[in-house]
Design a protein around this ligand. Structure first.
Ligand SMILES: [Zn+2]
Ligand SMILES: [Zn+2]
Length: 370
């Protein structure tokens, strides 16, 4: 077998010149001095709170089996251990990046000796754990740089079931409306290959304010709060996702979609009749109704898309970016109010409430004036 040669990209600098307990070495910060030729490879590295250091265990011996610190009585093959004595003396450690000083990285958690040749530095890969490791500090630091990193893989991997579980944390319950919103939004995001950073470059126009709209908001990150959600109060289970150039996709529930769902889950209809229509609320019936609602909501996610939705590609008129307005203090209630929502009464600014002005309200019944 041909041998492979590596050229170090840098060196470790710390106070440990002779082999010592790796746990002790890990507690002290180390510097990694990157060689001049690789300075450009450090561009942007400070965005990572954690990095992976690959290095040559230059002082280690070679063993094929070894005893470990945690089980000194059990002989193991090195491939099942992190022992430094191995066929190819390569060490890999995830470390915390404290700071970058030009070509030097100050790191915490490295267990390498002074002068250790560093072979590579990488951003940590936690993709395997991404779905269930929100508490993992390495993953958290990635989320700080890119909060939608997990959403992206869920959307482009069409993991609608996981998306519904997450969306239900906002929506409060599972239902077919939420499921339809998730299906429509995932489809639209995939067709447009859309990324969303909540900066109004991607806009969602919902034509309803029912459960469907929450699936749309959660998946697209076009929300009420980031001005990327537009509400057309026309009572249709439909939405348009568009980029700023007006090229978008409209997805509307087919008029037959409701019947398709009913026909697929006939037991649920019987329970609905008893529990909701006839108000027969025994604990057994209520529990059965809850279970069948859950089954129907998740089951809806597995129905063929074309049986539920109609797709079109209209040219959409996109509003300009939302303006940031100054605030004034209402001369009556003393609360700060956006200048565009204030009125002058006897030359003094007042909020709409104190100034007895009408203003728009969106509630469960739609948009209306106060
Ligand atoms: Zn709902
Ligand atoms: Zn006021």
């Amino acid at each position: 077998m041909q041998s492979i040669a590596f050229k170090p990209v840098g060196k470790v600098r710390n106070d440990f010149n002779t082999p010592d307990d790796y746990r002790k070495i890990k507690t002290k910060p180390s510097y990694i001095e990157v060689f001049d030729a690789y300075e450009d490879a450090l561009l942007g590295i400070e965005e990572n709170e954690y990095v992976e250091i690959i290095y040559h265990l230059h002082r280690s011996d070679y063993k094929i089996q070894t005893y470990t610190n945690s089980r000194p009585d059990v002989l193991r093959g090195v491939f099942g251990t992190r022992s430094p004595s191995r066929p190819n003396a390569i060490g890999v450690t995830n470390v915390k990046l404290i700071k970058r000083e030009h070509k030097r990285l100050l790191v915490e958690g490295l267990d390498a000796l002074n002068d250790t040749p560093v072979l590579d530095i990488k951003n940590c890969d936690t993709s395997l754990f991404a779905y269930h490791c929100d508490h993992n500090p390495v993953h958290q630091s990635k989320l700080k740089v890119s909060p939608r990193i997990d959403m992206r893989s869920l959307i482009f991997g069409a993991h609608t079931d996981i998306l519904m579980i997450k969306a239900a944390a906002m929506h409060g319950h599972y239902c077919t409306g939420l499921a339809l919103g998730i299906l429509a939004a995932v489809h639209a995001m995939n067709i447009l290959e859309a990324e969303s950073d909540g900066m109004e470059d991607l806009l969602a126009i919902t034509e309803t304010n029912n459960c469907f709209a929450d699936g749309i908001q959660y998946v697209t990150a076009c929300s009420f709060g980031n001005n990327a959600l537009i509400f057309k109060d026309i009572g249709k289970t439909a939405f348009t996702l568009t980029k700023r150039n007006g090229k978008g996709i409209r997805i509307a529930a087919k008029s037959s979609a409701r019947q398709v769902i009913r026909d697929t889950f006939p037991d649920h209809n019987r329970l609905y009749e008893k529990v909701v229509a006839e108000q027969n609320r025994t604990p057994e019936l209520l529990a059965a109704y809850r279970n069948s609602s859950l089954e129907r909501a998740f089951g809806t996610l597995t129905l063929p898309f074309e049986k539920l939705f109609e797709v079109s590609y209209p040219k959409t008129e996109v509003p300009s970016y939302a303006k940031v307005h100054e605030s004034v203090i209402c001369s009556s209630c003393n609360e700060s109010v956006m200048i565009t929502r204030s009125v002058l009464v006897n030359s003094k600014p007042m909020c709409y409430v104190c100034g007895n002005q009408t203003y728009g309200v969106i509630d469960g019944n739609g948009i209306k004036c106060s």
